[in-house]
Design a protein around this ligand. Structure first.
Ligand SMILES: [Zn+2]
Length: 333
């Protein structure tokens, strides 16, 4: 049962209980009022009428009060149920969790960097149950498994386009990025950009500041797209203090169409997308079916050569369509 349905049921139950209680109270009070009046006054027809009218008046004012209380509580319930934040949060967590639960599995895939390049490494792998500091992950999110790849560095480290593509979202629209997501950027990569037989959606999180790029801008593989930072990492989730790193989430889909959702327009939802380890993009001959049927990537060589960009966004191999998403230092830097 969804959380909304539970609330609706609870709301109904409370309303019914309140109605019964109020009716009892009103009847009881009206009854005792009549008794008091009955003892206090002579049972003449005139007095009986007076008592009756007073009772009606008493009941009337109470019924009025009752109606007001009911309407107020119903309005409150309706507001609660229709409030976007509440409904959306429940819906997204459930949908993401349900459809992605099976795919968030450790792959053991490791990058092999070009000779002479010193690249920031993975500090928390896809599906890891601990974060970059070794703290246990929140079990409420993807069952405590990491929904992306973390790469650690110092604030201001250049972030690199993992492939050519287009900016499809960046934000948050309001605020300074203090929410858990931090400042973020979403790229969409076409099959022609990556050389892979599916569409790829990459989310870069915890940026230092809003990127210079705007929605719709094109990027090339290896280009510097933003600066890494620690926005959104101050929460308890990261064990206090900040933790500068890139959190990179990767979704692959047969389809190019997507919707931008979420409170901060931070969720790009591609149709029927698969939530995967970013590292699978570097597997030679990877397909959507292979990623789906073997999420752990068993039986393949897990050490994958990756191309790397330097701090100026220059690739070691200018023809490479896929690149390590964080800038690397070369011998001369
Ligand atoms: Zn992460």
């Amino acid at each position: 049962m969804t959380r909304q349905a539970t609330i609706a049921r609870l709301g109904c139950c409370i309303s019914v209980k309140t109605t019964i209680l109020l009716r009892r109270t009103i009847l009881l009070r009206a009854y005792s009022f009549r008794e008091d009046q009955g003892q206090a006054i002579l049972p003449s027809i005139r007095n009986r009428w007076a008592a009756y009218l007073e009772n009606v008046g008493f009941l009337y004012s109470n019924v009025n009060k009752f109606i007001r209380i009911t309407i107020t509580s119903m309005l409150f319930l309706v507001t609660l149920l229709s409030s976007g934040t509440y409904a959306q949060r429940g819906e997204f967590r459930e949908r993401g969790g349900e459809s992605n639960r099976n795919w968030i599995q450790e792959t053991g895939l490791q990058p092999v960097f070009p000779a002479g390049y010193r690249c920031p490494k993975i500090t928390s792998a896809f599906a890891a149950t601990t974060d970059g500091r070794g703290n246990r992950r929140d079990p409420a999110i993807h069952g405590g498994k990491h929904g992306g790849v973390d790469i650690g560095f110092d604030v201001g480290h250049p972030l690199i386009a993992v492939a050519g593509g287009q900016v499809v979202a960046e934000g948050p629209e309001s605020g300074d990025g203090a929410q858990m997501e931090g400042i973020f950027l979403w790229l969409r990569h076409a099959p022609e950009d990556t050389g892979l037989p599916f569409w790829t959606f990459s989310k870069y999180q915890h940026l230092k500041e809003r990127p210079m790029l705007k929605i719709g801008d094109r990027v090339r593989s290896g280009q510097v797209v933003a600066l890494g930072g620690d926005t959104g990492t101050y929460s308890r989730k990261f064990g206090g203090g900040s933790l500068p790193h890139l959190h990179m989430s990767t979704f692959i889909s047969e389809y190019e169409d997507y919707e931008v959702k979420g409170q901060n327009r931070n969720l790009v939802r591609a149709r029927d997308s698969l939530h995967v380890d970013m590292m699978i993009l570097f597997i030679p001959g990877i397909t959507l079916d292979k990623a789906r049927s073997n999420p752990q990537q068993d039986g393949i060589d897990k050490r994958l050569p990756v191309a790397a960009s330097n701090w100026e966004g220059r690739l070691n191999d200018p023809a490479a369509r896929l690149a390590w998403p964080v800038a690397c230092k070369t011998a001369e830097q």
